[in-house]
Design a protein around this ligand. Structure first.
Ligand code: ZN
Length: 421
Protein backbone atom coordinates (compact mmCIF):
# COMPACT_ATOMS: atom_id res chain seq x y z
CA UNK A 1 0.00 0.00 0.00
CA UNK A 2 1.32 3.46 -0.94
CA UNK A 3 1.95 6.04 1.72
CA UNK A 4 1.79 9.72 0.88
CA UNK A 5 2.03 12.83 3.03
CA UNK A 6 -0.65 15.55 2.85
CA UNK A 7 1.32 17.67 0.39
CA UNK A 8 1.99 14.73 -1.93
CA UNK A 9 -1.69 13.76 -1.78
CA UNK A 10 -2.77 17.26 -2.84
CA UNK A 11 -0.17 17.18 -5.62
CA UNK A 12 -1.38 13.77 -6.78
CA UNK A 13 -4.97 15.04 -7.10
CA UNK A 14 -3.85 17.99 -9.20
CA UNK A 15 -1.61 15.73 -11.24
CA UNK A 16 -4.43 13.31 -11.98
CA UNK A 17 -6.63 16.15 -13.20
CA UNK A 18 -3.82 17.36 -15.45
CA UNK A 19 -3.57 13.80 -16.78
CA UNK A 20 -7.26 13.94 -17.77
CA UNK A 21 -6.32 16.77 -20.14
CA UNK A 22 -3.77 14.73 -22.07
CA UNK A 23 -4.62 12.77 -25.20
CA UNK A 24 -2.92 9.68 -23.79
CA UNK A 25 -4.86 9.47 -20.52
CA UNK A 26 -8.14 10.85 -21.91
CA UNK A 27 -9.61 7.33 -22.44
CA UNK A 28 -9.02 6.65 -18.71
CA UNK A 29 -10.88 9.78 -17.70
CA UNK A 30 -13.47 7.89 -15.62
CA UNK A 31 -10.88 6.01 -13.60
CA UNK A 32 -8.92 9.21 -13.01
CA UNK A 33 -12.08 11.05 -11.95
CA UNK A 34 -13.08 8.29 -9.53
CA UNK A 35 -9.54 8.31 -8.10
CA UNK A 36 -9.72 12.02 -7.38
CA UNK A 37 -13.13 11.62 -5.71
CA UNK A 38 -12.12 8.67 -3.50
CA UNK A 39 -10.93 8.69 0.08
CA UNK A 40 -7.18 8.36 0.54
CA UNK A 41 -6.87 4.61 1.10
CA UNK A 42 -9.16 3.64 -1.77
CA UNK A 43 -7.46 6.16 -4.00
CA UNK A 44 -4.00 4.77 -3.45
CA UNK A 45 -5.01 1.16 -3.86
CA UNK A 46 -6.95 1.94 -7.08
CA UNK A 47 -3.95 3.94 -8.29
CA UNK A 48 -1.72 0.87 -8.09
CA UNK A 49 -4.34 -1.55 -9.38
CA UNK A 50 -5.79 0.35 -12.31
CA UNK A 51 -3.11 2.69 -13.65
CA UNK A 52 -0.90 0.74 -16.08
CA UNK A 53 2.89 0.95 -15.85
CA UNK A 54 4.24 2.66 -18.96
CA UNK A 55 7.73 2.46 -20.48
CA UNK A 56 9.73 4.39 -23.05
CA UNK A 57 8.14 2.15 -25.73
CA UNK A 58 4.77 3.66 -24.78
CA UNK A 59 6.16 7.17 -25.19
CA UNK A 60 8.31 6.95 -28.35
CA UNK A 61 6.39 8.40 -31.28
CA UNK A 62 3.51 9.55 -29.03
CA UNK A 63 5.40 12.13 -26.98
CA UNK A 64 2.97 14.99 -27.59
CA UNK A 65 0.01 12.97 -26.36
CA UNK A 66 1.44 13.30 -22.83
CA UNK A 67 1.32 17.12 -22.85
CA UNK A 68 -1.79 18.48 -21.08
CA UNK A 69 -3.72 20.80 -23.41
CA UNK A 70 -3.43 23.78 -21.09
CA UNK A 71 0.37 23.40 -20.97
CA UNK A 72 1.06 23.62 -24.71
CA UNK A 73 1.78 27.34 -24.65
CA UNK A 74 3.83 27.01 -21.43
CA UNK A 75 6.48 24.63 -22.83
CA UNK A 76 9.85 26.39 -22.72
CA UNK A 77 12.24 23.57 -23.55
CA UNK A 78 12.04 20.53 -25.83
CA UNK A 79 14.81 18.00 -25.43
CA UNK A 80 15.73 14.66 -26.79
CA UNK A 81 16.71 11.66 -24.71
CA UNK A 82 19.86 10.10 -26.09
CA UNK A 83 18.10 6.91 -27.17
CA UNK A 84 21.00 4.62 -26.33
CA UNK A 85 19.01 1.61 -25.15
CA UNK A 86 16.53 1.45 -28.06
CA UNK A 87 18.50 3.22 -30.77
CA UNK A 88 15.63 5.71 -31.05
CA UNK A 89 15.54 9.03 -29.25
CA UNK A 90 12.35 10.29 -27.62
CA UNK A 91 11.29 13.85 -26.99
CA UNK A 92 10.60 15.44 -23.64
CA UNK A 93 8.96 18.77 -22.86
CA UNK A 94 9.41 21.06 -19.87
CA UNK A 95 7.58 24.20 -18.78
CA UNK A 96 9.31 27.26 -17.33
CA UNK A 97 8.10 26.37 -13.82
CA UNK A 98 9.62 22.93 -14.08
CA UNK A 99 12.95 24.43 -15.10
CA UNK A 100 12.80 26.68 -12.02
CA UNK A 101 12.20 23.62 -9.83
CA UNK A 102 15.22 21.87 -11.35
CA UNK A 103 17.34 24.94 -10.66
CA UNK A 104 16.27 24.84 -7.01
CA UNK A 105 17.07 21.14 -6.79
CA UNK A 106 20.41 21.76 -8.37
CA UNK A 107 21.35 24.17 -5.61
CA UNK A 108 20.44 21.63 -2.94
CA UNK A 109 22.35 18.88 -4.69
CA UNK A 110 25.40 21.05 -5.04
CA UNK A 111 25.36 22.39 -1.48
CA UNK A 112 25.32 18.90 -0.03
CA UNK A 113 27.85 17.42 -2.42
CA UNK A 114 31.29 18.78 -1.85
CA UNK A 115 33.22 18.87 1.36
CA UNK A 116 35.64 21.40 -0.07
CA UNK A 117 34.06 24.66 -1.23
CA UNK A 118 35.07 25.87 -4.65
CA UNK A 119 34.85 29.65 -4.79
CA UNK A 120 33.06 31.99 -7.19
CA UNK A 121 34.64 32.08 -10.61
CA UNK A 122 36.19 28.59 -10.28
CA UNK A 123 36.91 27.35 -13.81
CA UNK A 124 34.65 24.39 -14.61
CA UNK A 125 34.45 22.49 -17.87
CA UNK A 126 31.35 20.64 -19.02
CA UNK A 127 31.82 17.86 -21.57
CA UNK A 128 28.44 16.47 -22.66
CA UNK A 129 26.53 15.94 -25.90
CA UNK A 130 24.83 19.15 -26.93
CA UNK A 131 22.68 17.98 -29.80
CA UNK A 132 19.27 18.76 -28.27
CA UNK A 133 19.87 16.21 -25.55
CA UNK A 134 18.24 16.47 -22.18
CA UNK A 135 21.59 15.65 -20.59
CA UNK A 136 23.14 18.85 -21.93
CA UNK A 137 20.25 20.92 -20.60
CA UNK A 138 20.22 19.11 -17.25
CA UNK A 139 23.92 19.68 -16.70
CA UNK A 140 23.72 23.29 -17.82
CA UNK A 141 20.89 23.96 -15.37
CA UNK A 142 22.82 22.29 -12.63
CA UNK A 143 25.85 24.52 -12.83
CA UNK A 144 24.22 27.73 -14.01
CA UNK A 145 23.63 29.24 -10.58
CA UNK A 146 26.63 27.90 -8.73
CA UNK A 147 28.82 30.86 -9.63
CA UNK A 148 31.57 28.99 -11.45
CA UNK A 149 33.20 30.17 -14.64
CA UNK A 150 31.77 27.53 -16.96
CA UNK A 151 33.09 26.41 -20.34
CA UNK A 152 31.50 23.86 -22.62
CA UNK A 153 32.79 21.44 -25.17
CA UNK A 154 30.70 18.94 -27.10
CA UNK A 155 31.57 15.39 -26.11
CA UNK A 156 31.18 14.42 -29.78
CA UNK A 157 34.42 16.31 -30.57
CA UNK A 158 37.53 14.23 -31.39
CA UNK A 159 39.46 13.17 -28.27
CA UNK A 160 42.46 15.31 -29.28
CA UNK A 161 40.19 18.36 -29.26
CA UNK A 162 38.87 17.46 -25.82
CA UNK A 163 42.36 17.17 -24.32
CA UNK A 164 43.37 20.43 -25.98
CA UNK A 165 40.32 22.12 -24.45
CA UNK A 166 41.13 20.76 -20.99
CA UNK A 167 44.68 22.12 -21.30
CA UNK A 168 43.53 25.53 -22.53
CA UNK A 169 40.68 26.04 -20.06
CA UNK A 170 42.59 24.67 -17.06
CA UNK A 171 39.44 23.65 -15.14
CA UNK A 172 39.46 22.67 -11.45
CA UNK A 173 36.18 20.83 -12.00
CA UNK A 174 35.09 18.71 -14.95
CA UNK A 175 31.54 17.51 -15.34
CA UNK A 176 31.03 14.72 -17.86
CA UNK A 177 29.99 11.13 -18.51
CA UNK A 178 32.34 8.29 -17.48
CA UNK A 179 32.79 7.20 -21.12
CA UNK A 180 34.46 10.49 -22.03
CA UNK A 181 37.06 10.15 -19.27
CA UNK A 182 37.73 6.53 -20.31
CA UNK A 183 38.22 7.68 -23.91
CA UNK A 184 40.67 10.41 -22.94
CA UNK A 185 42.68 8.10 -20.68
CA UNK A 186 42.76 5.37 -23.33
CA UNK A 187 43.87 7.78 -26.01
CA UNK A 188 46.71 9.14 -23.89
CA UNK A 189 47.90 5.71 -22.81
CA UNK A 190 48.03 4.58 -26.44
CA UNK A 191 50.01 7.67 -27.36
CA UNK A 192 52.41 7.03 -24.47
CA UNK A 193 51.56 10.35 -22.79
CA UNK A 194 51.67 10.86 -19.01
CA UNK A 195 47.94 11.04 -18.20
CA UNK A 196 48.20 13.32 -15.19
CA UNK A 197 49.72 16.00 -17.43
CA UNK A 198 46.57 16.12 -19.54
CA UNK A 199 44.33 16.69 -16.56
CA UNK A 200 46.62 19.38 -15.16
CA UNK A 201 45.01 21.16 -12.20
CA UNK A 202 41.72 19.23 -12.29
CA UNK A 203 40.73 18.43 -8.69
CA UNK A 204 37.24 17.10 -9.09
CA UNK A 205 35.36 15.14 -11.75
CA UNK A 206 31.62 14.98 -11.42
CA UNK A 207 30.09 12.07 -13.33
CA UNK A 208 26.61 11.85 -14.71
CA UNK A 209 24.74 9.97 -17.40
CA UNK A 210 26.13 6.41 -17.28
CA UNK A 211 26.50 3.75 -14.65
CA UNK A 212 29.78 3.87 -12.75
CA UNK A 213 30.64 1.91 -9.62
CA UNK A 214 32.90 2.73 -6.70
CA UNK A 215 35.71 0.37 -7.72
CA UNK A 216 35.94 2.11 -11.09
CA UNK A 217 35.86 5.50 -9.43
CA UNK A 218 38.71 4.55 -7.10
CA UNK A 219 40.68 3.44 -10.16
CA UNK A 220 40.04 6.76 -11.98
CA UNK A 221 40.82 8.72 -8.80
CA UNK A 222 44.18 7.02 -8.43
CA UNK A 223 45.12 7.32 -12.13
CA UNK A 224 44.25 11.00 -12.32
CA UNK A 225 44.83 12.04 -8.71
CA UNK A 226 41.37 13.65 -8.51
CA UNK A 227 38.25 13.36 -6.37
CA UNK A 228 35.04 12.17 -8.06
CA UNK A 229 31.32 12.51 -7.39
CA UNK A 230 28.08 11.64 -9.14
CA UNK A 231 24.73 13.30 -9.90
CA UNK A 232 21.76 12.16 -11.97
CA UNK A 233 18.82 13.26 -14.06
CA UNK A 234 16.41 11.17 -16.12
CA UNK A 235 15.35 12.70 -19.44
CA UNK A 236 11.62 12.06 -19.08
CA UNK A 237 11.59 13.15 -15.45
CA UNK A 238 13.95 16.09 -15.93
CA UNK A 239 16.70 17.08 -13.65
CA UNK A 240 19.06 17.24 -11.99
CA UNK A 241 17.05 15.04 -9.63
CA UNK A 242 19.66 13.93 -7.16
CA UNK A 243 23.29 13.51 -6.33
CA UNK A 244 25.80 12.11 -3.95
CA UNK A 245 26.56 13.83 -0.68
CA UNK A 246 30.09 13.96 0.75
CA UNK A 247 29.50 10.60 2.46
CA UNK A 248 29.66 9.02 -1.01
CA UNK A 249 27.22 6.21 -0.46
CA UNK A 250 24.70 6.33 -3.29
CA UNK A 251 22.90 9.40 -4.58
CA UNK A 252 20.24 11.23 -2.58
CA UNK A 253 17.03 11.33 -4.60
CA UNK A 254 16.05 14.91 -3.72
CA UNK A 255 13.16 15.05 -6.24
CA UNK A 256 11.57 12.00 -4.59
CA UNK A 257 9.79 14.31 -2.14
CA UNK A 258 7.51 15.38 -5.01
CA UNK A 259 7.13 11.93 -6.53
CA UNK A 260 5.45 8.62 -5.98
CA UNK A 261 8.21 6.06 -6.24
CA UNK A 262 7.58 2.36 -6.48
CA UNK A 263 10.11 -0.40 -6.79
CA UNK A 264 9.14 -3.46 -8.81
CA UNK A 265 10.97 -6.41 -7.29
CA UNK A 266 9.27 -8.94 -9.63
CA UNK A 267 7.50 -10.55 -6.69
CA UNK A 268 5.65 -7.35 -5.96
CA UNK A 269 5.61 -3.62 -6.47
CA UNK A 270 6.70 -1.86 -3.29
CA UNK A 271 6.17 1.67 -2.11
CA UNK A 272 9.60 3.04 -1.22
CA UNK A 273 8.26 4.21 2.14
CA UNK A 274 7.90 0.60 3.29
CA UNK A 275 11.41 -0.51 2.30
CA UNK A 276 13.55 -0.99 5.40
CA UNK A 277 16.78 -2.29 3.88
CA UNK A 278 18.71 -1.73 0.62
CA UNK A 279 16.49 -3.30 -2.06
CA UNK A 280 16.91 -3.82 -5.80
CA UNK A 281 14.25 -3.52 -8.46
CA UNK A 282 12.83 -1.59 -11.37
CA UNK A 283 12.37 2.12 -10.73
CA UNK A 284 8.77 3.23 -11.31
CA UNK A 285 8.13 6.94 -10.88
CA UNK A 286 5.13 9.26 -10.92
CA UNK A 287 6.71 12.73 -10.99
CA UNK A 288 4.07 14.95 -9.39
CA UNK A 289 6.00 18.14 -10.24
CA UNK A 290 5.76 17.44 -13.97
CA UNK A 291 3.70 19.85 -16.08
CA UNK A 292 5.09 19.57 -19.61
CA UNK A 293 4.54 15.81 -19.81
CA UNK A 294 2.28 13.84 -17.52
CA UNK A 295 3.61 10.38 -16.79
CA UNK A 296 1.86 8.02 -14.41
CA UNK A 297 3.78 5.02 -13.11
CA UNK A 298 6.67 5.35 -15.57
CA UNK A 299 9.27 2.57 -15.61
CA UNK A 300 12.51 4.33 -16.54
CA UNK A 301 14.31 1.13 -17.76
CA UNK A 302 16.64 1.48 -14.77
CA UNK A 303 17.47 -1.26 -12.33
CA UNK A 304 18.32 0.52 -9.10
CA UNK A 305 19.14 -0.22 -5.50
CA UNK A 306 17.27 1.94 -3.03
CA UNK A 307 18.77 2.47 0.40
CA UNK A 308 16.32 3.81 3.00
CA UNK A 309 18.89 3.95 5.82
CA UNK A 310 19.64 7.37 7.30
CA UNK A 311 22.69 9.09 5.92
CA UNK A 312 25.33 10.83 8.03
CA UNK A 313 24.76 14.13 6.22
CA UNK A 314 21.33 14.43 7.85
CA UNK A 315 19.35 14.62 4.61
CA UNK A 316 16.21 12.50 4.86
CA UNK A 317 15.88 11.66 1.18
CA UNK A 318 16.42 8.04 0.18
CA UNK A 319 19.65 7.12 -1.55
CA UNK A 320 19.85 5.29 -4.82
CA UNK A 321 22.42 3.48 -6.93
CA UNK A 322 21.91 3.04 -10.66
CA UNK A 323 22.94 -0.50 -11.62
CA UNK A 324 22.13 -0.56 -15.33
CA UNK A 325 19.36 -0.54 -17.92
CA UNK A 326 17.10 -3.58 -17.80
CA UNK A 327 18.06 -4.50 -21.38
CA UNK A 328 21.61 -5.24 -20.17
CA UNK A 329 20.82 -7.05 -16.92
CA UNK A 330 19.93 -10.66 -16.37
CA UNK A 331 19.08 -12.89 -13.47
CA UNK A 332 21.83 -15.09 -12.12
CA UNK A 333 21.04 -18.79 -12.54
CA UNK A 334 22.39 -19.28 -9.07
CA UNK A 335 21.02 -16.50 -6.86
CA UNK A 336 18.01 -15.37 -8.92
CA UNK A 337 19.21 -11.78 -8.34
CA UNK A 338 19.76 -9.29 -11.13
CA UNK A 339 23.30 -9.32 -12.43
CA UNK A 340 23.87 -5.79 -13.74
CA UNK A 341 26.59 -3.97 -15.68
CA UNK A 342 27.58 -2.28 -12.42
CA UNK A 343 27.89 -5.69 -10.70
CA UNK A 344 30.15 -6.88 -13.49
CA UNK A 345 32.32 -3.77 -13.20
CA UNK A 346 32.53 -3.96 -9.39
CA UNK A 347 33.30 -7.69 -9.48
CA UNK A 348 36.08 -7.47 -12.07
CA UNK A 349 37.76 -4.36 -10.69
CA UNK A 350 37.65 -5.68 -7.13
CA UNK A 351 39.45 -8.84 -8.26
CA UNK A 352 42.05 -6.88 -10.20
CA UNK A 353 42.22 -3.10 -10.50
CA UNK A 354 44.51 -3.32 -13.52
CA UNK A 355 41.51 -4.43 -15.58
CA UNK A 356 40.44 -1.61 -17.86
CA UNK A 357 37.78 -2.50 -20.42
CA UNK A 358 35.61 -5.61 -20.60
CA UNK A 359 32.61 -7.05 -22.33
CA UNK A 360 30.51 -10.04 -21.35
CA UNK A 361 28.68 -11.90 -24.10
CA UNK A 362 25.98 -14.17 -22.74
CA UNK A 363 24.16 -16.67 -24.94
CA UNK A 364 20.40 -16.24 -25.03
CA UNK A 365 19.62 -19.43 -23.14
CA UNK A 366 21.98 -18.16 -20.41
CA UNK A 367 24.05 -21.32 -20.14
CA UNK A 368 27.41 -19.99 -21.15
CA UNK A 369 29.22 -16.71 -21.61
CA UNK A 370 32.40 -15.21 -23.01
CA UNK A 371 34.22 -12.41 -21.23
CA UNK A 372 36.84 -10.36 -23.01
CA UNK A 373 39.06 -8.10 -20.92
CA UNK A 374 41.86 -5.67 -21.54
CA UNK A 375 44.36 -4.43 -18.99
CA UNK A 376 45.80 -1.04 -18.21
CA UNK A 377 48.79 -2.51 -16.38
CA UNK A 378 50.14 -6.02 -15.84
CA UNK A 379 47.40 -8.33 -14.57
CA UNK A 380 47.40 -9.06 -10.83
CA UNK A 381 44.90 -11.90 -10.89
CA UNK A 382 44.92 -14.89 -13.21
CA UNK A 383 42.32 -15.55 -15.90
CA UNK A 384 41.28 -18.61 -13.91
CA UNK A 385 40.57 -16.61 -10.76
CA UNK A 386 38.29 -14.27 -12.74
CA UNK A 387 36.56 -17.21 -14.39
CA UNK A 388 35.95 -18.93 -11.07
CA UNK A 389 34.52 -15.87 -9.35
CA UNK A 390 32.13 -15.11 -12.23
CA UNK A 391 31.01 -18.71 -12.63
CA UNK A 392 30.33 -18.83 -8.94
CA UNK A 393 28.15 -15.71 -9.01
CA UNK A 394 26.31 -16.47 -12.24
CA UNK A 395 26.07 -20.23 -12.28
CA UNK A 396 27.01 -20.38 -15.98
CA UNK A 397 30.14 -21.54 -17.83
CA UNK A 398 32.40 -18.59 -18.64
CA UNK A 399 35.30 -18.42 -21.09
CA UNK A 400 37.68 -15.54 -20.33
CA UNK A 401 39.94 -14.05 -23.00
CA UNK A 402 42.54 -11.35 -22.58
CA UNK A 403 42.70 -8.94 -25.52
CA UNK A 404 45.22 -6.19 -26.29
CA UNK A 405 44.69 -2.73 -24.82
CA UNK A 406 42.37 -0.58 -26.95
CA UNK A 407 41.00 -3.60 -28.83
CA UNK A 408 37.50 -3.46 -27.34
CA UNK A 409 35.66 -1.07 -29.56
CA UNK A 410 34.87 2.18 -27.77
CA UNK A 411 31.74 3.13 -29.68
CA UNK A 412 28.20 3.42 -28.47
CA UNK A 413 26.58 1.49 -27.00
CA UNK A 414 29.92 0.67 -25.45
CA UNK A 415 28.56 1.58 -22.07
CA UNK A 416 26.52 -1.61 -22.27
CA UNK A 417 29.01 -4.17 -21.13
CA UNK A 418 26.67 -7.13 -21.03
CA UNK A 419 25.47 -8.22 -24.47
CA UNK A 420 23.16 -11.10 -25.32
CA UNK A 421 24.19 -13.09 -28.40
ZN1 ZN B 1 23.98 12.06 2.67
Amino acid sequence: MLELNAEQLEMLKKYLSRAMNTEFYMPMKHILRSLIDSDVDTMLSIFQKSIPIITKDTIIGNEKSFIPKEAYHRIRLTCCSSGTSRGKPSFTFYTGDELLYFKKLSKRIHNNMLRREFGLGTPALIIVPFFMTAMGAIVFLQLMDVGYNISFVDSGAPVAKLTETIKNVGPLIIKTTPDIIYEIIENEVMDGIEIKNVFGDVEHIQFTGNVIGYARRRQIESILDVETSETFGISELGGPLGGECYHKNGMHFYASEKMIIELDTENKVLDINVIDKPTRGKLIATPLYREGMILLRYFTDDIVEIDPNKCGCGDENIRMKFLGKIQYCFRSNKTGEYFTPRDLEETLLSIDDSIWEFMLYVDRDKEKGRLIIEYLWDPKASINEIKNVLEDILGIKIRVEKVVFGKINRTKPKRNRIVFV
